[in-house]
Design a protein around this ligand. Structure first.
Ligand SMILES: [Zn+2]
Length: 208
């Protein structure tokens, strides 16, 4: 299927105005693997949108040459509400003007659904604590106590070290900056621990 564009109309803010989100598709609908790329949920942060602007003609060309194996969905600007938040010469767009909510902090809570799925076979969780040893020792003791109370089993340090060693072993080529250790990445779990605990308990229940 060639490059397709679909415009999804959103509810209007006020009479006489309109908003929409444009979804671009490359490759074959429903084919796998599937990648979804979006940018500018904080609507004033545009490097991602700029990158997609330059990427899309390349994807269209690859699509024409039938070189896309799966399906690639691109939403180059995902937040038309924030995009319209211009005051004077400033582009705001990080917080909703109406409710003052941060556009990038209203996460869909999937932890319950994920826990349901992994509960059948259990899952491995790698816990890393950063800081001075005297502090992380205490934090580790408290964290492991919480997790054991929730039904988890400590498998020792080996899985954590194995993850650390192989965390850049991905199928695509990483920037040399990573290889040379100039950056470390962060995997953020967007949950408060007190909320995550029931999910951990659920996931652990059938594996204990
Ligand atoms: Zn942001």
């Amino acid at each position: 299927m060639p490059h397709s564009r679909r415009r999804i109309a959103l509810p209007a803010m006020t009479p006489g105005t309109g908003r929409s989100v444009v979804v671009h598709r490359f490759g074959r609908a429903g084919a796998r693997p599937k990648a979804y790329l979006q940018a500018a949920i904080h609507a004033n942060e545009l490097p991602g949108a700029m990158a997609l602007h330059h990427l899309m003609p390349m994807l269209a060309a690859a699509d024409r040459a039938r070189r896309i194996r799966g399906e690639i969905v691109v939403v180059p600007t995902v937040n038309p509400i924030g995009q319209a938040q211009l005051v004077g010469s400033n582009h705001l767009g990080r917080y909703d003007f109406l409710g003052r909510d941060n556009f990038n902090r209203n996460w869909l809570d999937l932890s319950g659904a994920v826990a349901e799925r992994v509960a059948r076979r259990g899952c491995r969780m790698v816990i890393g604590l950063e800081g001075s040893r005297i502090r992380t020792d205490v934090e580790a003791a408290l964290t492991f106590h919480e997790l054991e109370t929730a039904g988890c089993r400590d498998k020792g340090e080996d899985p954590g070290w194995a993850w650390l060693k192989h965390r850049y072993a991905v199928s695509y080529r990483m920037s040399p900056m990573f290889r040379d250790g100039a950056f470390v990445d962060a995997y953020l779990l967007a949950r408060f621990f007190r909320d995550a605990r029931p999910s951990a308990a659920l996931a652990a229940r059938e594996t204990a």
